[in-house]
Design a binder for this molecule. Structure first.
Ligand code: ADP
Ligand code: ADP
Length: 227
């Protein structure tokens, strides 16, 4: 079966001659970290947005834990997402940014406070809970975005090039940190990158895309250590 199972997933944008994503099929197990790898324009973000429910597939299906979520609206999907530009609320402090999704779900206040504090400790931002996000460094803002995505305990953790706005040194540190948090939570994750080294060092499974098509799929050693 596979925890996340994508079948013949296709997206053709209006008024474009070719499909941005063309019959992509793959399966990953629960707790796997999947990297969508390929050059700019190959369809990675489109694939991720279909999994998130932000755009509707032209055809094909997406199953999570055996359930077809293809027609499930975005707010009913159990998804935590991190965007390239973090998309935080600049006028709110760290804890309010992280609490947002829990408030939307009408979680009781005392539980919100507890869960926010726990997840901020996990991303090592416990001491900055009251600070405005505009007064944080890029790396710290990135950690707030991670915390906000995982605090709701989603079925899937989706990340769209989350490290591309960080300098090289911080980027390396955050690779390790994201993997460590992801393993601790055991959360099935999809990570978009154009960086082969990033995919190789972070992922359990790599989907190599080219011009909308899935070119290769397997473990890092399947893909990079061919005879
Ligand atoms: P990647 O994330 O790999 O850079 P995208 O999924 O963003 O690729 O884009 C895949 C293809 O779809 C590209 O050719 C891009 O120009 C096109 N595309 C993306 N978004 C739209 C859109 N909203 N309308 C039309 N074409 C789009
Ligand atoms: P990415 O960093 O994912 O490659 P882009 O810079 O390609 O993003 O795209 C930024 C935004 O523009 C996205 O919302 C995408 O859907 C949209 N977009 C990309 N290509 C096209 C296109 N050919 N026509 C219309 N919208 C597009």
């Amino acid at each position: 079966a596979g925890y996340l199972s994508i079948s013949a997933l296709t997206k053709k944008y209006k008024n474009t001659p070719v499909a941005a994503v063309d019959r992509v099929s793959l399966k990953v197990d629960e707790g796997d970290f999947l990297a969508l790898l390929g050059p700019s324009g190959c369809g990675k973000t489109t694939t991720l947005r279909m999994i998130a429910g932000l755009i509707e597939p032209t055809s094909g299906s997406i199953h999570v834990q055996g359930k077809d979520i293809t027609k499930t609206p975005v707010h009913k999907r159990s998804i935590g997402m991190v965007f390239q530009n973090y998309a935080l609320f600049p006028h709110l402090d760290v804890k309010s940014n992280v609490a947002y999704g829990l408030k939307m779900r009408h979680v009781p206040k005392t539980e919100i406070a507890l869960r926010v504090q726990n997840v901020l400790d996990l991303v090592r931002l416990g001491h900055l809970a009251d600070r405005r996000v505009t007064a944080l460094s890029g790396g710290q803002q990135q950690r707030v975005a991670l915390a906000r995505a995982i605090v709701v305990n989603p079925q899937l953790f989706l990340m769209d090039e989350p490290l591309s706005n960080l300098d090289a040194k911080l980027r390396d540190a955050m690779r390790t940190e994201i993997r460590s948090i992801q393993r601790k939570m055991g959360i099935t994750s999809v990570f978009v990158t154009h960086d082969q080294d990033e995919a190789l060092t972070m992922a359990d499974k790599i989907a190599v895309m080219s011009e909308g098509v899935l070119e290769q799929f397997g473990t890092p050693s399947d893909i990079f250590e061919r005879p």
